[in-house]
Design a protein around this ligand. Structure first.
Ligand SMILES: C[S@@+](CC[C@H](N)C(=O)[O-])C[C@H]1O[C@@H](n2cnc3c(N)ncnc32)[C@H](O)[C@@H]1O
Length: 243
């Protein structure tokens, strides 16, 4: 059965709010591509970090259904208002919070979120452009476009439930393979669901999920690091003991 997603003509707008673009469409395409898994997953609580116009959270609510509960945050107060209008125009509901990432929600949501979606500000920019008011906050990502991403990932790790999934947009300049390795050390497996080459950008939509094998790999890596360190110390002490 074809899934309904948000309709562009019903998506509200504001001059200071990011309009759905190639990255937003790629993220929703990834959700559609993973629809069967999402429905089997039966998420109880879904969260979007940085909801902008509301195109993604509305599409997610239409794909998964209103049995789940939805929360969306944005640092830009205009985005929260626009998202409210977009949701309403599609007859779906989400709790909307104007906050920095998920500040103030950690206690309430810790370990409870089954699906997180995020299309972060990923464009490499000078560091002082990050976190500026209004539309600039939509793209300004600081060095390698990683400043906000690197703050969002630990928050996602805290909020995700044991069966939690994270869908995130990255740009090649963000070094997505390093992001995957970092997440692997925290026990997540990952897969690129959608790759999109536009005129200006090479985008990936990556899905992360907790994976016991990744934790085994992490333990083994740590053991190796420990052994390497021990070996180095032993080697050093044997060198020093010669003098
Ligand atoms: C690239 S736009 C994506 C908007 C929308 N999710 C979409 O895909 O069309 C990034 C969004 O993240 C928001 N944002 C940037 N920094 C944030 C932060 N620290 N906390 C919450 N939202 C943030 C911006 O205001 C903007 O709406």
């Amino acid at each position: 059965m074809a899934s309904r997603i948000a309709q562009i003509r019903l998506v509200s707008s504001h001059p200071e709010v990011y309009e759905p673009c190639d990255d937003s469409f790629a993220l929703v395409d990834a959700l559609l591509a993973d629809r069967t898994n999402l429905l089997q997953h039966q998420p109880a609580l879904c969260l979007e970090l940085g909801c902008g116009s509301g195109y993604v959270i509305t599409s997610l609510a239409l794909i998964v259904g209103q049995e789940a509960q939805y929360i969306a945050t944005d640092i830009n107060p205009h985005a929260v208002k626009v998202t409210h209008e977009t949701l309403e125009a599609h007859g779906v509901h989400a709790e909307l919070i104007n906050t920095n990432i998920a500040s103030g929600l950690e206690k309430r949501l810790k370990g409870l979120v089954d699906v997180i979606v995020v299309n972060p500000p990923y464009v490499p920019t000078p560091e002082d452009e990050v976190g500026r008011e209004g539309i600039a906050s939509a793209w300004a990502g600081g060095e390698n476009g990683r400043t906000v991403i690197d703050k969002m990932l630990p928050v996602a790790d805290t909020l995700l439930s044991k069966k939690g999934w994270l869908y995130m947009v990255t740009l090649t300049e963000n070094n997505p393979s390093q992001i995957c390795l970092q997440m692997r050390e925290k026990g997540y497996a990952s897969r690129i669901l959608v790759q999109r080459l536009t005129e200006e950008e090479n985008l990936q939509i990556i899905k992360f999920w907790r994976d016991s094998d990744s934790q085994v790999v992490e333990k083994e890596t740590k053991q190796c690091q420990f052994l390497q360190r021990t070996w180095s110390l032993c080697s050093l002490s044997s060198i020093y003991s010669r003098f």
